[in-house]
Structures are given as C-alpha cells and as structure tokens.
Design a binder for this molecule. Structure first.
Ligand code: GDP
Length: 830
C-alpha cells in the first residue's frame, strides 16, 4: 500500500478516497491513500409516510437524500429499518417481561426465607421464655417453701400468696418489656444475621446449615453445660448446693493434691486452708495425718485413718478350722560345727532314700528335698546346712524349721559352733535331735559328746533327758534309718498340721536369677496348696506361677504343705526367708510388693535406732506376755562373760526377766548380729568391739550394740531400764578411730604411736581406748596429740598423727585407738 502501482486501491465501499503525499528525509516520498468513510444518513421516503406509518418521510426530500440513492432503494431501506425497529421493540418488551418475572421470583423467595426465619426465631423465643418461666416458677416455689418454713404456719400462706401475687402482677408488666427487648434484639439480629441467632438457640437449624454460618458454632454439649449452669445459677441463689460428705482415707502421710482429690475439693482451697493454719505448703508436698485431719474436719468430711500396712490385709490370715487340718511332713534343718559332717549326712540321707526309689537316680538340687522313712513318714530336709541360713530365715520372718538335727562329730565333741547352734535352736524354740556322727571312726567317743552337751543344758535320752540322740555315720550309712525314725517320732509329738485347701503361703529357701528361666525361687509351702496360675506376693516381689518343679526335676501342677518346689513366673528375685502369699488379683500383689519395697527403704533409712535397750525394755514391760529381755553377751575373757551372765540372771523381777541368748569370748561377729536380729535382742560388748562386717551388718539391720567396760555400769543400765528408773545417762559417742602404724620411743615422753586416723576425728581432750583384735586392753586419756612437730587439738580422718597415752606404754603396731566423748543425756522410755 506504500506505492500506487496502478492497481485499484483496496477501499471501503461508499468511501471517498484521497491521496496524501508524505515526505521523508533523504528525499524519499510516499503517497498514502486516505479514505474517508461517509456517514450514511437515512431519510424516510415521503411515500412511506403516506403508507400509514405516520412518520415523516425525511427521505422523501431528495435534497436530504444521500447522494446516488434511488427511490426504490430508499424505500427498501426504510422498510428494513422499520422491520428492525419493530423487532427491537418486541425484544425489549420481552426482556422487560422476563426481568419483571425474575424480580418477582426473587422477591417471593426472599419473603419466603424471611418468613421461615421469623417463624424459627419465634419458636425459639417461645421455648426460651418457657424455660425461664419454669425456672422462675421453681424458684418461687422454693422461696415460698423456705418462707413457709421460716414463718409461723397460719401467716405463711397469705404471705406466700401475697408474694406470689406480687410476682404474678409483676409478670405482665415485665412481659411486654421483655418483648420490647426482644424486639430490639430482633433488630440487632437482623443486622448481624445468623450469628447471634445460632448462639442463642444452641441448635443448628437447616437454615443455618444452608447459610453456612461463620464456622464457629458452639457444640451442643457446651450449650447444654451453659444452660445447666444458668439453670443452676437461677436455682442456686437461695438453695445451697447440697454438700457431699465423704469418708476420706488418709495414710500416715498424704500429698496435699491427693488429699484435695480424695475430698473432691479444689486444691487451691486446701492449700489456702493450710496457709491459714500457718503451714506454707505447695500442692506437691506431703502433710502428716494429724494435719490432714484438721483440714478434713474444716471441709466437713470424715477422716478414715488407714495405715499403709493395710494393703497387706488382703492376705488371707483366717485361722484354719480344726476339721480342715491335715497332718504335714516336718521340716528339718541340720546344724553343727564345721566339718562335723552336716553336708555328708544330708547327702547320705538323700542318696539312701531319694535315689533308691528313682530310676536313673538323678536328683535336682533345689535347696530342699523330701524323703520317705521305712515306716512311711515323709520328711522335708532343708538342703542348706549352717546357721546363717537358719538365722537369716528367722530374721526375715519365716519360721520354717520344725526340728533341728544337731550334728556333733564323735571324735571332736562339742565345739563353739555346736554351742551357737544350740543357742539358735533354743532361741527359735525348735526341738533338737542330736546326731552323733563319725561313729565309724576308731577315735569316736559318743559318750563324751553326751557329757559335754550336758554342760550346755542339752540332756540327751541316754543321760535321762528328753533330747533324742542317735549314733550315725554319714560314710557307712550306719544309724541313718534310726535317725530318720527318731525325726518321724519327734514330728508325731509335735502334731504338725496344715490346711491343704486354702490359699498357699510358704517361705523362700533359695532364689536366683536363672539365665534361661528368669527369677526362680525354691519355696517350701507351709500352708495351703500352691497351684499353677496362682498370683502371689513374695517379699518385695510378686508374680503368677508359670510352672512348678519338684525336687526330682519334674513339673508338677501343685504343691501342698511341707512340699518344696521351684516356682517360675516371678517379676524379680526374692531373698531367702521371704514369705510367699497367694492373693486374689495382680493389682493386690503389685500393691503389696510396692508397699514392702517402700517400707524396706524407710527401714534402711531409719536403721540404727530400731532395737535399743530402752525400746526393748519398754516393749517387754508393755507386753506382759513378752516379759523377757533377750540379750547377747560377748566379753574379753570367759570369766567376765560368766560374771555378766550371772549378774543378768539376778536382775529379774516380777515384770521383766533378762535372758542371755548366747554368750561368748572375743569380738562381736556377724553371726552374733544375725542371732540378735532374729530374736530382737541387743548385743552387749564387754571390753570387746564388733568387727567391721558385724558393725556394718548391725547398722543395716538396726541391731543395737552396746559397749561396756565396767560390769557395774552394764548391770546398772539393765536394772534401771527394767525397773523403769531411768536416770540421766552418760552416753558415749565414738568420734573416731585411729590405727597405729609405727611405735617410736621418745626420750622424756615414752612410747609414741605413729597413727593414721581412719574414721572420724582424733581429739586431744577426748577419752581413748586401746583395742587389740577388737578387745579393749586399755582405757584412759591422751598425753599428747601431735601433727608433725606441733601439738594440736584435733586431727581429721585420713591424716597422720602422733599419740601417746597418759600412764600407759604397751602399744603395738596394728593396735586400734578408739576415740570417744561422753555426754549426759536425759533418758526416756519412748
Ligand atoms: P560340714 O562342714 O559339717 O558340712 O562337714 P562335711 O560334711 O563337709 O564333712 C567334713 C569331713 O568329714 C569330710 O571330709 C567328710 O568326709 C568327713 N565325714 C563326714 N561324716 C563322716 C563320717 O560319718 N565318718 C567319717 N569317717 N568321716 C566323715
């Protein structure tokens, strides 16, 4: 289109083309065709107007006609124009009608929706008004009732009626006001449509659901709670909410929040009350039962004191009825001096009796076994000889043994552990049978054994006493049957009985953690029958019997009285001497085990103060049946030991008698502490001390060890305690121990001990004792206490020092110096 190359230019029809010459730089020119579109002017023809259209035919005037248009053309055009106009008008009319119809439809719908909403609202309002009305009526009734109660009967009715009337007249006046209020509310609702509505009704209507709401509808439960609150508030203005008085169980100590919980009171209120009482505690702190009682009373509840130990009450302790009891086998422990043949005897009995009836002859060592005598009696032997097992069992509360077989070697006669065994058996009140062993030996002298036993108040039958004695040989097997028959006879005398049909109880003889089987305990059933599946508590452990294995290694379904069995299915390993009890539920078993664990922890924490001489005396005096004070005496020499025993025996009055369980010469040992614990006795050390292991054991078990160096003091103390005349006591506190490493001779001073303070502190002003092999050999004061070259007042543990005694020179390396201080304390019996 840039150049006009003779072709006809493309143009609009009816337009008037023209040319414009454009000049550019560098002399270039360009012709541009410019077309001007002419506007079409429609002029009505005069004929058409005459044709009845009524419109002025502007086109009739040829002057006004666009150039070049013929009349016919003009007419045709006009016709088309008219048709178009008519069509247009028609369409507009149709549109208007449609629009109107739509408008009407919209209006109708809106009205419908509004009507529906209104109806809904009205219904809800009516319901609410009804609820309010009901609440009000109730309140009025309550008021009338209280008024009727308060006022004298005749006056009550008119007054109430009047009151009701007043309120009744007040009602219409308040009703319109309410209506007005509601009207206002309606307006507001209309403005904030939907939301308020939903909140008030508490119900989700289809309408609301359709509208979608704002997505923050309250739950039905929340609305119910709200309504309930409102209802309670409406009712509760005059009527106090009825207080629930509870029985609140309180153990010896209770945590504040738990106390609040048990009273169903708010923790904050309980803490507040405690603060009012001057106790600043938080909700997590424990308070004692007395304080808890005050709080409980303040809140108007009842206290029910329970002891933690009550959890043990579920253990069946009902006495067996005579008719339920059946004979049971005796349980036998073998005791005696080392090497007198206890193990050999146990093995001999087992080999002779158990394996004889066994194919293959394999026996399982489970800590106990049963044998049958030729006469048909069954005997249960504890397979763990020795005193430690016996005393530790007794100390743990399991009196398992019925009969003690005291083994004394005929070639060795009575030895220290023989005497100990006699004392143990006597302390436990268990009858004894003497087995004089090694009678096959040429040097055997059974009669000497009998004679020596006499000195220890064991009078055997051959010496016209009532203790059976049997000459045996564990090696040859001679006399074994006779021994077993003697045991059977003794057991008949004891008339041992148990009730096999009750829940089992028993004692643990051995327990260990087996790699394959988990914790395993050998239990000697003492009463009832232990069955597979039984739930039990044993010491601080509990469990459910998964399997029972007898002493032949066979699985059994149950074990009756006096039968030893291995028990599988424990949650932990108990200790020998622990008592097993079958309970009903796992929860009970677990609870008891947990309680015992805690109690054991507490006991360990409080150990040391458990068995004091005063407590023993107080207990002995309080309990008339236990009018005996058992004691153990260890002394430096036989003479003083005997003197003490004699003095003690003289102390007795009508109320209390002192009984010396055991006495001996030398340091206090762990065995002594074990026996003391089992019998609840204190150990008296006369110029002797406990060795380290005994000291630890005593600390752990809470056994009191008292040291004396003057018999008179000891006698006086025991006498005073027995007669209740407790004067101020001079108590010795050990403040330190030092070991002598070297001894020097210093001219002018004498012998000086180079020491290491091993425990506590060495003090110049304190009293000192010199101990050699735990026996006191000197008591006095220090002449000098030196640290390096200087005289000092104190030397602490771990430091070296030099010490010299006043007026005493016989000091040797390895001697121990005990440093003590005396203090005077008031004594009380509690
Ligand atoms: P325990 O320490 O009391 O258990 O004693 P043992 O049973 O270990 O026996 C100690 C020693 O005495 C062993 O060497 C046995 O062989 C031996 N012995 C045990 N009983 C007899 C017996 O009746 N006659 C003989 N001659 N020796 C025996």
């Amino acid at each position: 289109m840039s150049d006009n190359d003779g072709k006809k230019t493309l143009g609009l029809r009816g337009s008037r083309p023209g040319q414009v010459k454009q000049s550019f730089s560098h002399g270039r020119t360009k012709n541009v065709v410019v077309e001007t579109k002419r506007k079409r002017v429609v002029v009505p023809k005069p004929g058409a107007a005459a044709g009845g259209s009524g419109k002025t035919p502007a086109g009739g005037d040829p002057r006004k006609r666009p150039a070049g248009i013929s009349d016919a053309e003009m007419e045709r055009r006009m016709k088309a124009l008219q048709a178009a106009k008519a069509r247009e008008a028609e369409e507009a009319e149709k549109r208007a009608a449609e629009e109107k119809a739509r408008e009407e439809e919209r209006k109708r719908r809106r009205e419908e929706a509004e009507a529906k909403e209104r109806a809904e609202r009205e219904r809800e309002e009516a319901l609410k008004a009804k609820a309010e009305e009901e609440a009000r009526k109730k309140r009025e009734a309550e008021e009338a009732k209280t008024r009727a109660k308060a006022a004298p009967a005749p006056a009550a009715d008119p007054a109430a009626a009047q009151a009701a009337e007043q309120r009744g007249t007040g009602k219409p006046s308040s009703a319109p006001r309410k209506k007005d209020d509601r009207g206002g509310a309606n307006d507001r609702q209309n403005r904030g449509k939907g939301r308020d509505d939903g909140r008030r009704s508490g119900k989700l209507t289809v309408n609301q659901a359709m509208r979608g709401g704002d997505g923050r509808q309250r739950s039905v439960a929340s609305m119910r709670r709200k309504q309930e609150r409102a209802r309670q508030k409406a009712m509760g203005e005059n009527v106090e909410r009825e207080k629930v008085i509870r029985d609140v169980q309180v153990p010896e100590a209770i945590v504040v929040s738990e106390l609040a919980n048990r009273m169903a009171e708010r923790v904050a209120d309980v803490v507040k009350s405690l603060m009012k009482m001057g106790m600043m505690v938080t909700q997590n702190q424990a308070i004692d039962a007395d304080t808890a009682e005050l709080i409980i009373e303040e809140f108007g509840h009842n206290i029910v004191r329970v002891s933690d130990a009550d959890v043990e009450d579920v253990i069946d302790t009902v006495e067996d009825k005579e008719e339920d009891l059946e004979d049971r086998a005796p349980i036998i422990t073998i005791m005696g001096h080392v090497d007198h043949g206890k193990t050999s005897l146990l093995d001999a009995i087992r080999d002779a009796k158990v394996t004889a009836g066994e194919a293959g002859g394999i026996t399982q060592h489970i800590g106990a076994y049963q044998v049958k005598t030729d006469s048909g009696a069954t005997l249960s032997f504890l397979d763990t000889p020795g005193h430690a097992a016996f005393t530790s069992m007794r100390a743990r509360g399991a009196q398992v043994t019925d009969i003690v077989v005291l083994v004394v070697a005929a070639d060795d006669s009575v030895m220290p552990q023989t005497i100990e065994a006699i004392n143990h058996a006597k302390a436990a009140g268990v009858p004894m049978i003497v087995a004089i062993n090694k009678c096959d030996k040429p040097t055997a002298n059974p009669d000497q054994v009998r004679a020596e036993l006499l000195q220890h108040e064991v009078i055997v039958e051959k010496m016209s006493g009532d203790v059976q004695d049997v000459e045996v040989s564990a090696i040859t097997g001679a006399g074994l049957d006779e021994l077993l028959e003697a045991i059977a006879l003794q057991s008949e005398i004891l008339e041992l009985k148990a009730n096999p049909s009750r829940a089992a109880s028993g004692a643990v003889i051995e327990a260990q953690l087996d790699v394959g089987r988990g914790p395993v305990a050998t239990v000697l059933v003492q009463n009832g029958t232990l069955k597979q599946g039984d739930i039990f508590v044993v010491g601080e452990q509990w469990g459910k019997v998964r399997a029972l294995v007898n002493d032949h290694g066979d699985r059994v379904k149950e074990a009756g009285p006096s039968v030893p069995v291995e028990v599988l299915g424990l949650n932990g390993t108990p200790e020998a001497g622990d008592v097993l009890n079958v309970v009903d539920t796992e929860a009970q078993a677990r609870e008891i085990a947990e309680y015992r664990e805690q109690a054991a922890k507490d006991k360990r924490a409080a150990a040391g103060a458990a068995t004091t001489l005063e407590q023993m005396m107080a207990k002995a005096k309080a309990d008339k049946d236990v009018a005996e004070l058992p004691i153990l005496v260890k002394a430096d020499v036989q003479g003083s030991a005997e003197a003490i025993v004699q003095a003690m025996e003289k102390i007795g009055n009508e109320e209390v008698r002192v009984r010396v369980l055991h006495y001996g010469v030398g340091a206090i040992t762990e065995t002594d502490v074990g026996l003391a614990e089992a019998s609840g006795a204190p150990v008296i050390g006369f110029n002797v001390r406990a060795n380290a292991s005994a000291r630890n054991s005593a600390n752990q078990k809470g056994v009191e060890i008292r040291y004396y160096s003057v018999i008179y003091d000891l006698v006086d103390d025991v006498k005073a305690a027995a007669s209740g005349l407790l004067s101020a006591e001079v108590r010795e506190n050990f403040i330190g121990y030092a070991e002598i490493r070297e001894v020097f001779k210093v001219s002018g001073v004498g012998k000086v001990a180079g020491c290491l303070v091993t425990e506590g502190v060495a003090r110049r002003s304190a009293g000192v004792r010199l101990l050699r092999d735990n026996v006191v050999i000197h008591e006095g004061t220090l002449k000098t206490l030196k640290r390096f070259k200087d005289e000092v007042k104190e030397v602490l543990s771990g430091q070296e020092c030099g010490m010299a005694f006043e007026n005493y020179d016989d000091i040797r390396p390895n001697d121990v110096i005990e440093i003590f201080e005396r203090e005077e304390v008031e004594r009380t019996l509690d």
